[in-house]
Design a protein around this ligand. Structure first.
Ligand SMILES: [Zn+2]
Length: 278
């Protein structure tokens, strides 16, 4: 990969993580992230830096992946010659439509589009992104790595995603930058940039608690694992904020943790997030 493309991807990651932190836990880690973003921006070649800043000032990603010949920033189908050039990565290329810079991913995990359910009432709230089959009332794993693997496998087994091993790898890379334990016994490990489909989430409970992050005073008991296709990357910040809001309330956590079955957990989750996840 072109070294500048690599730098831009890392920079993009840090900017997104800073946004996540703002939405989930206020000022925690913000100074460190801001310093890292500044340092990394300064290292970019001048023309690329100006191009990137123009996009980030408009709250847009400076660099986005090509998914199946389509710019995942704006959805335009790209000429094959451009896709090939991006793939060869001898220089940095931009989307002719939205100006975002582009990179090529050999293969990403895939979100499988759910089959159209029988027609009926349109689902609202968190029910759009999950199902009773993705509720795990008692996680059997005890470490961060194993919990993420358990939840990703569940998603794959239930037909929501393909390539759970890639999801695990990406989720752990994300954890390594800044932990997704946001306090209040809640952790929200997640993977962005998944191909296709819509956002999906699984919920797992741990009555014993998991030591998610050294900084957290309480062990994690509620884990929400989220898979985020690029198209949903604007919405997921609101989802994170909604979940953090709901579970900052001790009564809400207790209600959820008292559920012992998947159906009950599913119903409780919908009820508790009715006002915070629209
Ligand atoms: Zn584009």
């Amino acid at each position: 990969m072109h070294p500048v493309v690599n730098q831009l991807i890392q920079l993009e990651e840090l900017i997104l993580i800073r946004d996540e932190q703002k939405f989930m836990s206020g000022d925690a880690h913000l100074d460190n992230l801001n310093a890292a973003i500044k340092g990394m921006t300064a290292k970019l070649p001048r023309d690329i830096r100006e191009h990137a800043e123009k996009l980030t000032n408009k709250q847009q990603s400076a660099i986005v992946p090509i998914a199946e010949q389509v710019c995942s920033g704006c959805g335009m189908t790209l000429p094959i010659s451009l896709v090939q050039a991006v793939r060869l990565a001898r220089e940095v290329h931009s989307c002719p439509n939205c100006a975002r810079m582009l990179y090529f991913v050999e293969s990403a995990a895939k979100r499988i589009a759910s089959k159209r359910r029988r027609t009926g009432r349109q689902k609202g709230g968190i029910a759009r992104f999950s199902a009773p089959s993705l509720m795990i009332p008692e996680l059997s794993s005890a470490s961060v790595e194993d919990v993420i693997a358990e939840m990703a496998s569940k998603m794959e087994a239930e037909g929501f995603v393909e390539g759970s091993d890639k999801l695990v790898e990406a989720a752990l890379q994300r954890e390594a930058i800044v932990s997704t334990a946001v306090g209040h016994e809640l952790a929200v490990p997640h993977v962005r940039g998944v191909e296709g489909g819509g956002l999906a989430l699984a919920v797992g409970l741990s009555s014993k608690g998991i030591q998610w992050d050294g900084d957290c005073d309480q062990p994690t008991r509620i884990v929400v694992f989220i898979v985020i296709p690029t198209a949903a990357s604007a919405f997921y910040l609101k989802l994170l904020a909604g979940l953090a809001e709901t579970f900052s309330d001790a009564d809400a956590r207790k209600t959820l943790l008292d559920e012992k079955g998947a159906e009950g957990l599913w119903k409780a989750l919908q009820k508790l997030t009715r006002k915070t996840v629209k």
